[in-house]
Design a protein around this ligand. Structure first.
Ligand code: AMP
Ligand code: MG
Length: 623
């Protein structure tokens, strides 16, 4: 059976009573929602998808497919959903699957379709069988002939609710599937969390993919790779009005509903004419029959030898395919003369759909929306878009020596600056932030802070306490709460880094334990945390490194990555040139402030001679 004969139906209309009366399908599961997993598994098997849901209809519509509530009142169960599906199905067959079955088989449609065809049946449903046991039917996974709606409606009207109760009125066949796990549905929130955690990769499984792994001498690129492979997107989706999408991450491809522009139109102020009137060897004279402005179709149809005065953006009159710009034309009353060969047929005409064709993707999922994107979406008439929900990031500083702004600075103390740089960097990424202040070097306080951060955020950023100082309990507590590894990275500044995922009360969060030194914090954030956070937000945005000429020599040891603060300017020859600024000590924030870029000297690189090209990360746009 051709898949275009089948509509997919996601049954999401249940009360979800075992989950505390929530919509099961909207529950987070492995970086997205359960229903999204079902949708992604079903979509390739069918022509199109519809959803049956009875609550939170706005959230369901954000999936970008039609949503239909039950017609039968009072949460009458899966059959009421099936009824709604059959009523709105536009193909001869309907394939139903529940919204809490994120592992449904990839060949569900194909196998059920083969069975109804072989048996000339009205319905086929899935079943599985454990060795030595009776087959277990899964009647909510079924392929039904759309024309059987009257039988189903009759059964519901008589008060029937059993999913397989209406088979007596039709020919139904059972299809045995091998993989019982594929039909597993998830009924309680605990079950959901259990699966979510169980199926997330462990750090050990990620690091085992590296050919050599030494946490005490880890190259920057290996650390980046482990982080990239370990974090997972936490993408629940929300719809926002167009303007509010600025800086957000698109959760779905935006497909153009219209041709842009919608008509062939003029690219110049001039005269619209028929290309067949043009001569390459002699001037032509044409009669002007009227004028057309942008914004309304003239309705004029020039005959051979005629033309229409047209303004930029004006709709091309019927039969015209070229525009002679007015500066090439001599006008005398209602005739114009055009010299030979100044324009060719087709010149200065913009085609309908030349910018974008109806049905073609205008912007793809994962894109961070920028000003031109807003404009483009507006040009498509799109009033709102689906974006990923904002990532929640909790952060705090650790250290007994830290004082917050506003407190007196006691002897031996420093003001907590990291919390402010981290605040700024997170803000620029568009995260929702939870500032948890300064936490003392005290095991109980650290544990409480980490747990609270974990229960309230998707990611946690801490600074300080990850090297091996005596009062640094941070590592100990981090390790206690989850799957966390402690690295010494081959880099300067910023050698120590803690990374992993911690758990508290059934919640989990990714953890970045950044070093304490103020410059090291920023470097570690940009080169490790930033990409990971963007990935969690569903966006792909690698750091944009440029090449620039180094104005002076730079000493550099091969075998580690060095990040030096630099000032990028245009050299005497107009080419980008970078010089190192100020003291490069890892605590000296002033030189970071003075800098407008960071020079990145990679592992294998040795001393840099004046005039050599180096990689540069420009702060503008990043900060
Ligand atoms: P730690 O990694 O905790 O040993 O900290 C390394 C250095 O960074 C120490 O000199 C700390 O005083 C300093 N430091 C740690 N956290 C902060 C902070 N939030 N603001 C400013 N300096 C800090
Ligand atoms: Mg400390």
């Amino acid at each position: 059976m051709d898949k275009h004969l089948i509509t997919g139906l996601i049954l999401a209309g249940g009360r979800g009573s075992r989950m505390g009366n929530v919509d099961k399908g909207l529950q987070p599961f492995r970086g997205t929602t359960m229903a999204q997993h079902v949708l992604e598994r079903l979509a390739p098997q069918v022509d199109s998808i519809i959803i049956n849901a009875n609550r939170n209809l706005e959230d369901w519509r954000a999936f970008g497919v039609p949503v239909w509530p039950d017609q039968t009142a009072d949460f009458a169960g899966p059959l009421a959903g099936l009824q709604a599906g059959l009523r709105h199905c536009t193909t001869p067959w309907l394939l139903a699957a529940p919204c809490d079955s994120p592992f449904l088989p990839p060949d569900l449609a194909q196998r059920l379709a083969a069975a109804v065809e072989a048996e000339d049946a009205d319905l086929a449903y899935a079943a599985t069988q454990e060795p030595g046991m009776r087959a277990q039917a899964h009647p909510v996974f079924c392929l039904v002939k759309a024309s059987r709606l009257p039988e189903l409606s009759q059964y519901l009207l008589e008060g029937g609710r059993r999913v397989d109760g209406w088979y007596k009125d039709l020919k139904a066949v059972e299809v045995l599937f091998e993989d019982a796990d594929a039909f597993r549905n998830i009924n309680t929130l605990d079950e959901l969390k259990g699966l979510d955690n169980m199926l997330a990769p462990s750090l050990a499984s990620v690091t085992s993919c590296l050919s050599s792994y030494d946490p005490d001498a880890l190259p920057v690129r290996d650390a980046q790779r482990i982080i990239r492979d370990f974090v997972q997107p936490v993408s629940a989706v929300e719809k926002v009005a167009l303007r509010a999408a600025l800086g957000r991450v698109l959760a779905q491809d935006v497909v153009s509903p219209i041709d842009v522009p919608s008509h062939d139109n003029s690219a110049m102020d001039g005269f619209a004419l028929r290309g067949s009137d043009l001569r390459s060897d002699a001037p032509v004279t044409l009669r002007v029959i009227g004028t057309t402005f942008a914004g309304n179709a003239s309705g004029m149809v020039p005959a051979a030898g005629e033309c229409v005065r047209i303004m930029t953006g004006g709709v091309m009159p019927e039969g015209c395919d070229s525009v002679a710009p007015q500066e090439f034309v001599r006008q005398d009353g209602d005739t114009i003369e055009l010299s030979a060969g100044v324009i060719r047929p087709g010149d200065n005409r913009r085609f309908a759909g030349e910018d974008l064709k109806a049905g073609s993707p205008a912007l793809s999922k994962g894109r961070v929306v920028r000003p031109p994107d807003l404009g483009m979406l507006a040009s498509l008439g799109v009033p709102e878009v689906a974006v990923q929900r904002r990532l929640r990031v909790a952060f705090f500083s650790t250290g007994d020596e830290l004082r917050s702004v506003g407190e007196p600075l006691g002897e031996g103390c420093v003001y907590d600056s990291n919390r402010y740089t981290i605040y700024g960097m997170l803000q620029r990424l568009g995260c929702d932030i939870v500032d948890m202040g300064v936490v003392r070097d005290d095991p109980a306080a650290l544990e409480a802070a980490l747990r609270s951060a974990c229960e309230n955020a998707d990611a946690i950023i801490t600074s300080g306490g990850v090297s091996v100082g005596a009062a640094d309990y941070t590592r100990q507590i981090m390790a206690k709460l989850g799957d966390v590894t402690f690295w010494k990275i081959g880099m300067r500044p910023g050698r120590p880094l803690a990374f992993g995922r911690i758990q508290s009360n059934g919640r989990s969060a990714f953890l970045f334990g950044l070093p304490g030194n103020p410059v090291a914090v920023m470097v570690s954030f940009y080169f490790f945390a930033r990409e990971a956070l963007l990935r969690m937000m569903g966006a792909e945005a690698p750091l944009p490194l440029l090449r620039a000429r180094s104005s002076g020599a730079i000493r550099k040891k091969p075998g580690r990555t060095e990040y030096q603060r630099g000032i990028l300017t245009r050299g005497a020859d107009g080419e980008p040139e970078v010089r190192i600024t100020g003291s490069q000590g890892s605590g000296i924030l002033r030189s970071m402030s003075e800098a407008n870029c960071m020079v990145v000297l990679h592992d294998e690189q040795g001393n840099v001679a004046a005039g050599d090209a180096v990689d540069v990360l420009v702060f503008e746009g990043l900060m």
